[in-house]
Design a protein around this ligand. Sequence first.
Ligand code: 5CA
Ligand code: ZN
Length: 417
Amino acid sequence: MKSWPTPFVPAVPGHGEPLRLHDTSRDAVVPVDAGEVARLYVCGITPYDATHLGHAATYVTFDLVQRALRDAGHRVEYVQNVTDVDDPLLERAARDGRDWRELATSEIDLFREDMTALAVLPPDAFRGVVESMDEIVTAVRGLVDCGAAYRVPVPEGEGDGADVYLDLATTPSFGEVSHWTREQMSAVFADRGGDPDRAGKRDPLDPLLWRAARDGEPSWEDALLGAGRPGWHVECTAIALNHLGHPFDVQGGGTDLVFPHHEMSAVQATALTGDPVFARLYVHQAMVGFDGEKMSKSKGNLVLVSRLRADGVDPMAIRLVLLAQHYRTDWEYTDSLLAQAQTRLDRWRAALSTNGGVDATDTVAAVRAAVADDLSTPRALEAVDAWCERTLAGEGEDPGAPGLLARTLDALLGIRL
Ligand code: 5CA
Ligand code: ZN
């Protein structure tokens, strides 16, 4: 599907340092070590409600990854999916008496607007599940063919097909993304879309690959699988393999996706390709909370990007709220964080609209170094604050400094003043 407009990214003299990121599977900060082309897959939205600040944090984080990779001289191939058919979307559409397709379309449109306003670089391929059905079916069939999947007949009265599950007993790499214990896995599986109590499964954690058609649910015909729709994880397995190949460099999303989603996407890919590595790095954005809980569409404790925009908040201030936090630390949104970001933005605007300022060479280097060091954006912001304070105090008369720093903020942090 179409994504959204690409903002212009100015060139900054010189080159960024090689990017280092925290890899969940090794629990260490490691060099991304991409080739000339860096390949990035980020898990996209399930479009049943509007973009909240947690989503925005995730997409801004991987926007920074893209910007840092480009600055270090890579070309970036970036793929993002849209879960435009899945239980939460169908449930919300049913609850609100709306057509699920129409709900998805309107929320995807709003997401595009939010991403555009936040100056997030678009993916090269923005792929919905519905439009990717053939590739996903091919992946499920492949898992059946190689003996990694089994069928469980639909319970009586619900339909006459069979659901298809991955047989985790056939996937020895299971656990290598999260390194969680069975207890940890079992504790969250049901809350995160799993069905541990489904009768007939070989292992309660086996993930659903294909859900046979039920009355009133959308389904797609397949000669081998029967009518049905895909389980969640296999969409990302199929879309990533088809659009990026394997292994690719970075698999991204929020920490709520470490298990089961990224674990299952990876084992399914390994079962299909024989390649033990699906993504070289698994990078996760910490959870953004509000009112004492993870911000989530299902809980409804949302601060929406579109609501803030409608209230007249400058999208660059929203972006600065996000950049003021390190992506690996959970945090809670408060109005005072927004007020601080607005104050900072005003300060930066004032300093960068002077005719001259302190030589910006060291500040540019400090911003680059901070971003390349596991996206240490709070440190990058402090370096800019320091330059602004000195410049506003009248130190320095370098006429090129404000322009150079403004281009750096635009290119590396996506802050356009
Ligand atoms: N469609 C699936 C991924 S394939 C999904 O998780 N959709 S989502 O709409 O629930 O979330 C979209 C992205 O935002 C995911 O990467 C998710 O990890 C991230 N996310 C969701 N809630 C938060 C939050 N409170 N803080 C940070 N990131 C979040
Ligand atoms: Zn995903």
